[in-house]
Design a protein around this ligand. Sequence first.
Ligand code: GLN
Length: 587
Amino acid sequence: MPVYEFDLFFHPILFLSDSRFSSFCIESFIVYNFEKWVYYWQVNGLTKYIFVTGGVLSGLGKGLVTCSVGKMLEVRGYHVTAIKCDPYLNVDAGTMNPYIHGEVFVLEDGYEADMDLGTYERFLGGEFTGLNNVTSGQVYQTVVRKEREGGYLGRCVQIIPHVTDEIKRRIRLAAAKSRADVVLVECGGTVGDIEGLPFLEAFRQMRNEEKRGDTLLVHVTLVPVLEAVGEPKTKPTQHSVKELRAIGLQPDVIAARIEKGRLDKASRAKIAQYCSVEERAVFSSINVPTLYELPLELERQGMGDVVCEYLGLRDCKPDWSGWPEMVDRFKKPKDVVKIAMCGKYAELADCYVSVNEALRHAAAKAGCRVQIDWIETELFEEDLKRTGVLEGYDGVLVPGGFGQRGAEGKIIAINYCRTHDKPFLGICYGFQLATVEFARNVAGLEGAASTECVPETPHPVIDLLPEQKGLKEMGGTMRLGSNPVVLEGGSLPHRLYGSTEIRERHRHRWEVNPEYWDRLEKAGAVFPGWSKEKKLKELLWLPDRYFFLGTQFHPEFKSRPWAPSPPYYGFVKAAYDRKLRKPEPEF
Ligand code: GLN
C-alpha cells in the first residue's frame, strides 16, 4: 500500500476537516484491507500468472491460445480466470464502432467488453466481470483522477511507476476477486506497439515481484511457410522475441501460428536455440476445423504438461471427458442448414461473432452444420422482389443493430418471414423491428415505427425507455447486462428454456411502448416474457407460425458450445425440422 494513503488515513485533522479527504480516507481503508488480503493471497503462493503476448502481427489467434492454455489447466482441476489488457484509450469497448473493431461483448454485470472476453467465456467455465478487462482508458482515468484529488501528494505522475502500478493493481484485484489458482493475462496488440508498452512493463515488474516459478510468459508468433521455399521461416519469431527481450521479457513458451502443417523438429530446435526456450516448449498453433479443437491439439503436443511443470503445479491428469465428443459434433454434421443473416453489409465480419457462434453451438446440438450467408437488406428497399432470395434459406435471423439505415429493409425481410412462414429469430433490434412489422401489417397501425428511425411517427410502438430520455453521455448508459426475465408458462420460450425464470443479458435503449401493448396483443401478438417488474416486454412470439420469435435480450452472449442458447437452439432446430418437412419443430 502506498505510504501516502496510510498517512492520510491516520491524520485526524485532515480526516475531520475536509469531507473530500474523509471519503478518500474511507476508500483507502477499504483499499488497504483489500490489498493486505491480496498480499496474503500472493505470499502464500496461491496465485500463478500466465502472461500472453503476441508478436509479428495481429490476428494470430492469441486469444484462442490463451483460452486453450486456460482450458488445459481447467481440465486438470485448477480454477482459472483470464484478463484481457487492451492498450486503447477507450474506457471500455461500448463506444467503439463494432463494424470497425468487432463485436461488443456484454458481460453479466453489464460491462461492455472487447470480444475476446466472449471467447474466454465460451471456452472457460466461468462468467467474467468488468474487472477482467483492463484498458489504458481505465488506467489513465484512475491515475488522472487521483492526481486531481491530490492523491500523489506533489509527486510528478509518471508512466513508471504510477501507470504501471495501476495496471498491476487492477490485475491483482481481478485475480484476488476471482480466487483463481491461475490467472491468464493477455496483452492486446503486438509487441512493439507504443500503446502496449506500459502493460508489458507491468508484466515485467510482476514477473520480478511474484515468487520465482509463479509466472510464465507465453509468446504467440507467426511462422510463415513461403510457397517458393516450402519451409517454415523462423526469422520473424526470432525478431519478435528480440523485441520482447529489449523490454526485459523472456518468453518461456512459444506458440507459433503456422498455416501449413506443424513445425518440424528442425524449426522447433532453431526457435529454441535463438529464443532461449526449451525445444519441448515450442508449439504449433495450427488451423483447426473448429476453434474448440485447439486445446486438444495443443494438449496432444504436450503443452499442458509443460505449462504445469514450469509453474510447479502438481501433475494432475487432465480430464477432458465430454470435450472431444463435443468437438466431434462440430466436425461431423450430417446435414447443412442455411441461415440468412439480414442486415447491412457493413455489419459483416467480426461484429456478430457471438451470434455466429451461438448458431454453431445450436447446430452441433441439432446434428447439423449452419451455413450463414449475409443478405443486404438495403437491396430489399430498392426492389421488393429481391426478397425472393430468402426462399433458398431454411431460416432468417435479424440480429441487433442501431440506426435508421437498412431498418426498412429488415422490416421487409421480417414481413417475408411472417407471410411465408419462414423460421425467424429476431434479436434486440430484430425483435423491435418485428414488433413494428406486426403493428403496421397486422394491427393496422399505419406508419408505425421505432422512434429511433422515425422520431415523428404517428405510432411510436417502439420508444425510448423512460430512463434513457434526456441522457447525454453515450458510454455505458444503455440498459445493460443480466436482468431477470419471467416467461409465461406453456409458451414457446418456456418450453425452450425449461423454466419460467431466466436471466439474460441486455444492451438497448428502446422498448415496446406500453401504450401499444393492448392493441398489439388484441391483434394476435404474444409477448410471453417480461422483465421481473413486468415493466418491459422481453419477447415476441407468433404461435400460429412454424417458428417466429423475437427477444429484446441477447441470448447469444450466454451460449456455450456445451450448452447452446435455448432460443438459438429452437430456431436452428426448427429451421432443420422445416427442411426435413416435419409438421412441427421437435424440441
Ligand atoms: N437500437 C436498439 C436499441 O437501442 C437495439 C439495440 C440492439 O440491437 N442491441 O434499443
